[in-house]
Design a protein around this ligand. Structure first.
Ligand SMILES: Nc1ncnc2c1ncn2[C@@H]1O[C@H](COP(=O)(O)OP(=O)(O)O)[C@@H](O)[C@H]1O
Ligand SMILES: [Mg+2]
Length: 369
């Protein structure tokens, strides 16, 4: 997939920007604070979810603009077909409501995944393996989403049912056994679908990673674990989940949250070459594992959907030594997908193989070159 055009209106420090890009590498260079990550964040909002900073929508409106913001892109997946037009943004009157348009028609954010599959790596993710399980779970769910767009819907419905169950459990006076049972049935059905999709993604990704060399980017071994860190071997059956939720009503009421279920699962990673837990590897090894994971995932998506996901690699190039950087560029250029890379030094993007679209970003202004 390729974003052939991206235009931003009043998005963060970009008052108005219009970029045309080709497939291959898109290199954004400019000083700190120029607005490079903001561009990647704008693209990340063309996927379901809250974008790569998980920031409130109202924060994204350009300071002093007063109104809303708009992001518009054309995505080419199949060269034989016209591009699809994706748009998102907010209006001043309803700053919490994300508007999504697909080919001009209003759509749900979950539908974006049908048209564009996206994945990103940012400096904030460097510590993904040592952070809270929630961040890893979100990362895992983005990997799944890029392969199976319906995953977002199951996730939204699961969370809605979980919130409603929590409210019922918190207020015994309102407790309605039938309503509770029906919410738990919804949780069980969507939870089993979420779990099955995660397992499929990890199986595909592990198979892909098994074929990749350990160098130059350290290969991770991935498994799904439960909230206590124990390997999840059997998929969740809807009936078993229903029984689990029913059995835990009192515990969950006391805890004020659902204490077990697929929303507690976690992604575990080992450094394949050394067998060491990712959290105990050096920062450099952890970054390399994430990079090889993301590259292998691109191969999975290409195989499954017939088109590569768009990759957003924020400040990734600067942290690689020249030979690894070269290997990354070779890999990105040789695939026919599109990868947006940022860096402060123009020289990071010199001598790249394949087609490159270059932009210089300065103070929210974008120029070719
Ligand atoms: N809503 C906003 N309106 C205007 N400027 C913003 C807004 N949000 C962030 N910024 C500015 O954007 C700049 C950071 O842009 P960023 O894309 O992170 O830079 P970099 O090029 O280093 O990646 C900062 O100067 C920040 O103050
Ligand atoms: Mg940045």
């Amino acid at each position: 997939m390729t974003l052939t055009r991206l235009s931003l209106t009043d998005f963060r420090n970009h008052a108005g920007a219009d970029m045309a890009a080709a497939s291959g590498i898109v290199a954004l260079h400019g000083d700190n604070g120029a607005g490079k990550t903001n561009i990647l964040e704008a693209i990340s909002l063309l996927a379901p979810g809250r974008g790569l900073r998980r920031a409130p929508l109202a924060d994204m409106v350009r300071d002093g603009a007063g109104g809303g913001f708009a992001i518009f892109a054309e995505v080419q997946s199949d060269p034989a077909l016209p591009p699809v037009a994706l748009g998102t943004g907010i209006e001043a009157a309803q700053p919490r409501r994300r508007i999504v348009r697909i080919n001009g028609a209003a759509a749900a954010a979950t539908a974006l995944g049908d048209w564009l599959s996206l994945l990103w790596l940012t400096p904030a993710m460097d510590r993904l393996f040592v952070e809270t399980a929630g961040n890893r779970r979100r990362f895992l769910d983005r990997l799944v989403l890029a392969l199976e767009p319906r995953h977002a819907q199951h996730g939204n419905r699961y969370e809605a049912a979980m919130r409603a169950r929590g409210k019922l459990l918190a207020d015994p006076a309102a407790a309605d056994a039938q309503w509770l049972t029906s919410l738990e049935a919804q949780l069980a059905d969507h939870g089993a679908a979420i779990d099955a999709a995660r397992q499929r993604t990890l199986a595909a990704l592990s198979a892909e990673l098994a074929e990749q060399p350990d160098a130059p980017f350290a290969r991770p071994l991935l498994t799904l674990v439960d909230g206590d860190g124990a390997a999840r071997t059997e998929p969740y059956a809807p009936d078993a989940l229903r029984a689990l939720f029913a059995a835990r009503r009192r515990i969950d009421a006391a805890a004020g949250r659902a204490t077990a279920g697929p929303h507690r699962d976690d992604l575990s990673a080992l450094h394949a070459a050394t067998g060491r837990a990712a959290a105990r590897c050096s920062t450099g090894e952890q970054k390399a594992m994430l990079l090889s994971l993301v590259l292998a995932h691109g191969d999975c998506v290409a195989r499954a959907r017939g088109a590569r996901p768009v990759l957003l690699l924020d400040e990734v190039a600067a942290h690689l030594d020249p030979s690894r950087r070269g290997a990354l560029y070779e890999r990105l250029a040789g695939q026919g997908g599109q990868a947006w890379l940022t860096g402060t030094e123009e020289g990071l993007f010199a001598n790249m193989p394949g087609p490159v679209t270059r932009f210089r970003i300065a103070g929210g202004r974008i120029a070719a070159g």
